[in-house]
Design a protein around this ligand. Structure first.
Ligand code: GN1
Ligand code: MG
Length: 339
């Protein structure tokens, strides 16, 4: 179905001026929808990844409600229902949703400076503080076992045992590298079983999911698809993973891509609003969290490469292997600093 007809189901009386692709997420396809009054974000939901797309919108509504109750100062975007009052529009077995666009917002694909990293990390810590102060938010799991690293490692071992494809020959060193650092995974599992409580976390805090104003101050945190109950160190680690990478995630260069100045800035910002929320055990394990999340991400890209690119969007053969190499390079960079 044509995009305008799809949009029409959410905005029946509205004239659409322009629809253009935006963002560079690896999962959904995203479009900016401009009308004469407001702008919106249309997304074609990847329902292989999010098998129950309605959960995404139900969670989004609950999160907005919870944050509004605690007078959250950042902008929130509201999901728009269809003219039949549905959360998702389904046509040809495809799932679509529409959300308000946050006006006058600027996104960055790369962190421009340690100051920006500090501000963004502070913003995430503010989000943690607010979302965890409303004790009544109960979210549905949009992707089961998303932060279960035992399962992640199990997926890796399964893929590693059935190396039937020519692709396996292309990644011998990467497979060895991941296996060599399995102890990181074991340590994480041990920590989880000790005393790492679950809190509500974002689980995808990349820099492009933080919107800024023209003065480079954060004004919103978006992409609430994976907001879930899990270990807060996941968010620290994933932010470190995404912010400190000097290269694009699919850049094959083997130059050192880890930015230590940015890393220090993230560490400083992360406790700004949520110091009282974190236990000494969690605070002691920031460096470890950064490494394990990079390790897991390398593994996820590698597993997807071996399985034939079924999870992450890819635009050329081998892109997921390049992504895995890029993460391994980042992890090596972190290790040089003795993190
Ligand atoms: C995916 O597409 P995007 O940017 O929302 C992935 C994250 C990964 C990230 C790597 C649901 O995020 O977990 O860290 O790619 N999201 C999902 O760039 O798997
Ligand atoms: Mg996401």
């Amino acid at each position: 179905m044509e995009l305008n007809l799809i949009i029409n189901n959410f905005l029946p009386e509205t004239k659409i001026n322009k629809v253009s692709p935006i963002g560079n997420g690896l999962i959904h396809q995203t479009f900016l929808v401009e009308t004469s009054q407001k702008s919106y974000v249309l997304q074609h939901i990847n329902d292989l990844v999010f098998q129950n797309p309605e959960i995404l919108v139900r969670n989004h509504l609950k999160i907005n409600e919870g944050l509004s109750k605690v007078n959250y100062k950042f902008e929130l975007s509201n999901p728009i229902k269809t003219r039949d009052n549905q959360l998702i529009f389904v046509t040809d077995n495809q799932h679509w949703r529409l959300t308000e666009y946050i006006d006058n917002s600027v996104t960055y694909q790369k962190v421009a400076s340690p100051e920006m990293a500090f501000e963004a990390s502070k913003a995430l810590s503010y989000f943690h503080y607010c979302i965890n102060s409303d004790q009544n938010i109960s979210l549905e799991e949009s992707i089961p076992e998303f932060t279960n690293f035992e399962k992640r490692y199990g997926d890796f071992e399964k893929a590693n045992q059935h190396l039937i494809d020519k692709r396996a020959e292309n990644c011998v060193n990467e497979l060895l590298f991941i296996s060599k650092y399995k102890h990181l995974c074991n340590l994480w599992i041990e920590l989880r079983s000790k005393n790492m409580p679950n809190r509500i976390i974002h689980a995808d805090p990349k820099i492009s999911n933080i919107l800024f104003n023209s003065e480079q101050k954060p004004i919103a945190i978006i992409d609430l698809d994976t907001v879930l109950s899990g270990p807060i160190l996941y968010d620290f680690g994933d932010m470190a993973r995404s912010f400190t990478n000097r290269l694009e995630e699919d850049d094959i260069s083997t130059t050192d891509n880890f930015d230590f100045e940015i890393y220090k800035a993230i560490k400083e910002g992360f406790l700004h609003h949520s110091a009282s929320l974190l236990s000494p055990l969690e605070i002691e394990h920031f460096n470890f969290a950064a490494k394990i999340i990079v390790h897991i991400q390398a593994m996820r890209f590698l597993v997807d490469y071996l399985r034939g690119d079924i999870y992450y969007g890819s635009s050329y053969e081998g892109q997921n292997l390049v992504r895995a190499k890029n993460q391994i390079n980042l992890l090596k960079g972190m290790m040089k600093y003795d993190l």
